[in-house]
Design a binder for this molecule. Structure first.
Ligand code: ADP
Ligand code: MG
Length: 342
């Protein structure tokens, strides 16, 4: 076969293969866009586990009428302009691929209004032909994105969807993770017309604790200690559960780097090491940990879905986490030991 440039639709569907694994991945991309747009109210409506409908509505800055079509194009982003920006990412998105990818495997409608505009506009892209139509619409300042019939035109993908219940549980878990990354945002999640989660913006320390308790459960809340530590311009804070309360039932392992949720091997390793032999083999650490550092010190452009990061000073970060958490844990367990000795 001769070498050919792929048609844009197919190129987008291939890219979608990397970031759009299941409905929860669509929700992640849409919600991260809402957060990048400065929204502090985000509503997520799901039907049939997301295979029928995913709708994310925000009160962020909106997209101008003349940029609606561009927003749906591949490699189109408002978040970075040059290599310098790429090396110090402060937004959640930057690849300019999510909307193009999602719209290539669904029927997507984007409705938005900016503060400057007097009216809202709507653009729809129905997977197959990528023809984008723009028409007037009604919407307050902010954006709504509706994704219908995910994978309708990629049957092989659609076949991999699990039951509605399983797909929704992935979405719910994701919203939990995201809600723990932004206390200042109010969240609402519904499934088949029923509200499943309603979280008011948490402004005070007490309200934040309440949110943690609502999301991680009572056992976590009652046994977690708040920690905070700093080394140079690297800061760590959050909650860790004292070893006695850690069990395999208490599934709560959330870590964030500069506000981005992570499943980072290095961080997990450091946390496990901090607990050391305070945990038996069948106990799992439980934590909600936030690491903050100069964005130039982390590379987030490692994985299309951005689950992993690379720290420039990996060893230093690892050892700082071990010692910060180790100190906190030994203080937590010290009074108990003293009591035992009496
Ligand atoms: P990226 O987030 O990597 O820039 P996306 O494909 O996710 O790429 O989005 C493309 C662009 O569309 C964004 O850069 C942003 O300008 C705009 N956009 C997407 N969603 C929203 C939203 N909810 N509010 C405002 N702008 C948005
Ligand atoms: Mg994005």
């Amino acid at each position: 076969m001769p070498i050919r440039i792929l048609p844009p639709q197919l190129a987008n569907q291939i890219a979608a293969g990397e970031v759009v694994e299941r409905p929860a991945s669509v929700v992640k991309e849409l919600v991260e866009n809402s957060l990048d747009a400065g929204a502090d109210q985000i509503e997520i409506d799901i039907e049939k586990g997301g295979s029928k409908l995913i709708r994310v509505r925000d009160n962020g800055s909106g997209i101008a009428e003349q940029e609606l079509v561009l927003a749906l194009s591949r490699h189109a982003t408002s978040k970075i302009t040059d290599l310098d920006d790429l090396e110090a990412i402060t937004s959640l998105g930057f690849r300019g691929e999510a909307l193009a990818s999602i719209s290539s495997v669904s029927r997507l409608t984007l409705t938005s209004k900016t503060l400057e505009q007097s009216a809202a506009w709507q653009a729809s892209a129905a997977g197959r032909d990528m023809q984008v139509e723009v028409r007037p619409a009604a919407h307050p300042v902010g954006t709504s994105i509706e994704v219908l019939d995910l994978f309708f035109n990629t049957p092989a993908r659609r076949k991999f969807l699990r039951t509605d219940k399983t797909e929704f549980s992935h979405i719910d878990e994701l919203i939990k993770r995201l809600a723990l990354s932004r206390y200042d945002v109010s969240w609402q999640l519904s499934h088949n017309g029923q509200a499943v989660r309603r979280l008011k913006a948490a402004k005070t320390e007490e309200q934040r604790q309440k949110r943690v308790a609502a999301l991680c459960g009572r056992v976590f809340a009652e046994n977690a200690a708040f920690i905070q530590n700093q080394y140079g311009d690297v800061r760590i804070w959050g909650w860790i559960v004292q070893p006695q309360a850690c069990s395999s039932q208490l599934q709560c392992q959330y870590s964030y780097v500069n506000g981005r949720m992570m499943r980072d091997k290095l961080l997990n390793h450091a946390i496990r090491q901090a607990y050391g032999d305070m945990l038996t083999a069948d106990q799992q650490p439980a934590f909600v940990i936030y690491l903050e550092l100069d964005p130039r010190q982390v590379d987030v452009n490692v994985h299309p879905a951005k689950h992993e990061v690379r720290f420039h000073q990996a060893r230093l970060i690892h050892d700082f986490v071990v010692s910060a958490l180790g100190d906190a844990l030994s203080q937590l367990t010290a009074p108990q030991l003293a009591e035992d000795r009496v």
